[in-house]
Structures are given as C-alpha cells and as structure tokens.
Write a protein that binds this ligand. Structure first.
Ligand SMILES: [Ca+2]
Ligand SMILES: [Ca+2]
Ligand SMILES: [Ca+2]
Ligand SMILES: [Ca+2]
Length: 306
C-alpha cells in the first residue's frame, strides 16, 4: 500500500508545473532537419565560410524551458564563419539571453569568442557584448563576458562534453557607461535571480541590443567546437517554482527528500535553495515544508502557498 502511494506521488510529481514565461522576445530551438545549413532557416551570413549545420539530437537541461526541443546547431573550430539573427531592439530595463552549450574542445587562450550581441546592422569588427570560453590543462571550462573592453572569466569549474546553461543579462542604467553585464552558468531556474557568477560593469554602453551572432574565427582557431541549442531572449528571469529545491522543474517526493537531507545535515541547501524549499513561506525550512510539498503532490494545494 505504501509503495503504491509513493508511486502515485512520484507520478503526480512528474507533471510539468512550468507555465510559459511572459516577456519572451526571441526563441530558437533549431527544430530543423539534421544536416541543414543554419542559413536555410532564418540566420543571416555576415562572415562567409563553411555553413554551421543542424545536428541531432538537441540539448537537454533540467527545468530549462527550451530543453530537448528539436535539434541543435554544430560549430566546429577552424571553420571561419559568422551568422546573425535579429530580435526587437531593446533600449531599456533588462534583457536576458540564455542558451544551452555542450563543448568538446576549446582554446587555452583568453580570446575564445563564440557569441556576441549588438545593435541593428551589427559591426563584426566591433563586438560590443561578447561571450567567451577557455579551458585549463585539465579540460575544465571557464566562461567569460566582456562589455567592450577586457574579459572577465569565471573559474575553471565546468567540465567539457557536458551540457551547460548560460544566462547573460544586460541591464540598461540611465547614466553614461554604467550599464551592467552579468553571466550565470548553470543557475537553478526554479530559484529567483541570484548573484551572477561573473559581472562586467565597465566599458562603453550599447545604444541598443537587437542582434545576436554565432561566431567562429580561424585566426588562431580559438573558437570552441560546440553544440548550441535553445537560444532564448526575454525581459525577465525564469518563472520560479517554490517547493523545487532539486531544481528539476517538478515538485515531487525528491524535493521532500532534499528537505529531509537538509534537516538532518546530510546535504544542506544553500541560501537560494532554502528559499525555494520554504513551501509555506515562513522563512524556515522544516518538516512543515515537507508536509506542504506532500499536499501539492496529492493535490490538496495546487502550489506551495508561500
Ligand atoms: Ca533544440
Ligand atoms: Ca547607461
Ligand atoms: Ca524538484
Ligand atoms: Ca517553511
């Protein structure tokens, strides 16, 4: 009987509780036939070379809204090529650009640019908002961002041949050259926006952001060999999901276990995950939150009341 109940809890918990996010202004799932050139599907060549092609399967990442839809795009180092796509120009507030990336090779140099952003009619010789990757001698990756000058990297924390979620935020501020560029790698998308892994508030402000570029330059073969997927541009952070400290997009018995392990000290939750685990919103993480999540699972609550 108890096994049956747990099974029912698991099944109910597997139901996807996410709702579409408001404020989405661009989405690319590479939902095209494998082998097709990217330029056959709305991307515009701005630097000629061997086409970037569609690769199957697509990339997946827990609780990322564009996980596992269609295929991905393949970029191979040494293939000089740049393609761009456009979105409605943004000139105020904040803009979030996120995508999945699985890297099988990268440079050890500090100029491994593969993605940049800019205004309408973007200038390929003036990359204003740039994203980089490099590896160390142990093949761990560090990601970098730059707002015009210099490059700030994360630590070498991210394994190759694993899918990572990158989130880049550009915040337009009213002063001169005071806009903020931020980067998160593998954030918990159930949790509210946290402190970024890397920030670059210095450098020249952009006038607007309206185009993205996938970039491969052959000069020193510094761009990574990688799959990219699920490019998403929005004006707000992810839809948060209270009761999901495992960050997988489901409120289920695994979240109860995570809270139990937190309470007994086996696997303490960090500050952000504690906020998500606090199902009843009383500022504490305890057995009452386990009961609250159980009530969500069995349908007494539609969501955590906190
Ligand atoms: Ca895809
Ligand atoms: Ca500004
Ligand atoms: Ca969960
Ligand atoms: Ca609580």
């Amino acid at each position: 009987m108890r096994k049956c109940f747990v099974l029912v809890l698991l099944c109910i918990g597997m139901l996807w509780l996410q709702t579409p996010l408001a404020g989405q202004i661009f989405e690319e799932n590479f939902d095209y036939p494998a082998g097709d050139a990217l330029t056959d599907h709305g991307w515009i060549e701005i630097r000629s070379g061997t086409p970037f092609t569609i690769s199957s399967p697509g990339l997946t990442y827990p609780n990322y809204p564009l996980s596992g839809i269609g295929n991905a795009v393949s970029m191979v180092t040494g293939n000089e090529k740049e393609v761009k796509n456009v979105f409605p120009a943004q000139t105020s507030d904040s803009i979030y650009i996120s995508f999945l990336m699985n890297i099988s090779d990268a440079t050890t140099r500090n100029d491994g640019v593969f993605f940049y952003l800019g205004p309408t009619d973007i200038d390929i010789y003036k990359r204003e908002i740039t994203v980089y990757v490099r590896k160390d001698t142990l093949d761990n990756l560090a990601f970098g961002i730059s707002k015009g000058d210099g490059t700030g990297y994360t630590n070498f924390l991210y394994p190759m041949n694993m899918t990572h979620l990158l989130v880049i935020k550009y915040k337009f501020n009213p002063g001169v050259d005071d806009d903020e560029l931020s980067l998160w790698v593998n954030p918990c998308t159930s949790a509210p926006e946290t402190t970024p892994d890397r920030m670059d508030p210095t450098g020249t402000d952009v006038t607007e952001l309206a185009e993205i570029v996938l970039s491969q330059l052959t000069a020193s073969n510094t761009a990574p060999t990688a799959l990219i997927d699920g490019i998403r541009i929005t004006t707000s952070w992810f839809e948060t999901l209270r009761g999901d400290p495992t960050c997988d997009g489901n409120v289920n018995v695994l979240d109860i276990l995570a809270i139990a392990n937190h309470i007994i000290g086996l696997a303490p939750l960090d500050e952000h995950l504690m906020d998500i685990a606090d199902c009843n919103g009383d500022g504490k993480v305890n057995v009452l939150d386990m009961v609250g999540i159980a009530n969500v699972i069995i349908g007494v609550f539609t969501e955590c009341p906190g």
